[in-house]
Structure formats: structure tokens, C-alpha cells
Design a protein around this ligand. Structure first.
Ligand code: RP5
Length: 174
């Protein structure tokens, strides 16, 4: 059985809708992953137990999403020595600025790679890129992902030239 290389964890199941985007990316690239709900505050014992044992289980990267007073990625990074990617979840009261600042402002010595608010897709891609540094097959898949992405943008610009702004926007609305 293949090893779980990336763990996707989140402070609450209310984060799952956003964090699923990271899981989708990992699955699309064929990266074995696990998904867990663990909170730095509400389940601190279980979070500690998980973070302290992750390295022995072979986990290479942890993606941690949290909102509000978002301590989870930092707490995980304190106990897990390999890359931790933090996803600030958009909060109800402060639109995720609280989450972003809580995650990004780590003290020197314990980094968390922070992506944009709700940008779990980039967290998934960053995890794949980290793994690709020692996995040429994954690096090839990343190349083809970027080629497809580039082609789809270039197609849009051609379509825009052909249709003009008004028609293009009408089609977009449909
Ligand atoms: C954080 O509190 C979670 O990451 C979540 O974004 C936020 C709200 O949690 P719930 O009240 O929805 O469970 O710990």
C-alpha cells in the first residue's frame, strides 16, 4: 500500500468546503493523502499526538486550514519539522484577515508557508511542487498541468478577440 505523503487537516468541519480544493488537487496528481479535523484549541491533546507522530508515519507535507484565531498551522509547525502550508479560512466577522495574519505572522525559526484566504487549491499545488523536487514523475505532471492551464487562458484571449467584449460577457453569464 502506498504511503500517505500529505495530510490535510482543518480546525473544523466548517472548513471542509474550502479544504476540499487541496484534496482534489492531491487526488488529481495521484498523491496519497489523508483528511482530518483537528483543532489547536478544541482538541489540543489529539492535535499534539497527531503532529508528534506524523513524521514517523512518513508524512512529508502538512496542509493545515483554520479560521479566526487560526493557530492550527503554527502549532502543527512547532511539532512537525517538514513543510507546513497554512490556509487562512475566510471568517464571518473579519473576512479572513484575522486568519491570514494569525497564520502568516510566525516567529522567526518556525515557518508556515501561507497561501491566500480560502486558497486551498494553491496549498495543494504547493504540496505537489514540494514533493516534485524529489519525484520526476510528479514534476512531469506539474508541467502538463501548467501547459493545460496556459492553453486554456490563451484560448480565452482568442475567443475574446473573435467575439468582442459584449458577446463574451453574455456567454460567460450563461
Ligand atoms: C476555527 O474556527 C476553524 O478552523 C473554523 O474556521 C472556525 C470556526 O469553527 P466552527 O465554529 O465553524 O466549528 O477553529
Amino acid at each position: 500500500m502506498s504511503k500517505i505523503l500529505v495530510s490535510v487537516i482543518m480546525g473544523s468541519d466548517s472548513d471542509l468546503g474550502v479544504m476540499k480544493e487541496a484534496v482534489d488537487i492531491l487526488n488529481n496528481f495521484g498523491v496519497m493523502n489523508e483528511v482530518l479535523v483537528l483543532s489547536a484549541h478544541r482538541t489540543f491533546e489529539a492535535t499534539r499526538e497527531y503532529a508528534m507522530s506524523a513524521i514517523e508515519k512518513g508524512t512529508k507535507v502538512i496542509i493545515a486550514g483554520a479560521g479566526g484565531s487560526a493557530h492550527l498551522p503554527g502549532v502543527i509547525a512547532a511539532m512537525f519539522p517538514l513543510p507546513v502550508i497554512g490556509v487562512p479560512i475566510k471568517s464571518k466577522s473579519l473576512e479572513g484577515l484575522d486568519s491570514l495574519l494569525s497564520i502568516v505572522q510566525m516567529p522567526p525559526g518556525i515557518p508556515v508557508a501561507t497561501v491566500g484566504i480560502n486558497c486551498a487549491k494553491n496549498a495543494g499545488l504547493l504540496a505537489v511542487q514540494i514533493l516534485a523536487t524529489s519525484d520526476p514523475e510528479l514534476a512531469k505532471k506539474l508541467d502538463s498541468f501548467r501547459t493545460k492551464q496556459k492553453d486554456s487562458v490563451l484560448e480565452k484571449t482568442e475567443k475574446l478577440k473573435t467575439l468582442g467584449i459584449k458577446k463574451y460577457l453574455e456567454i460567460l453569464k450563461k
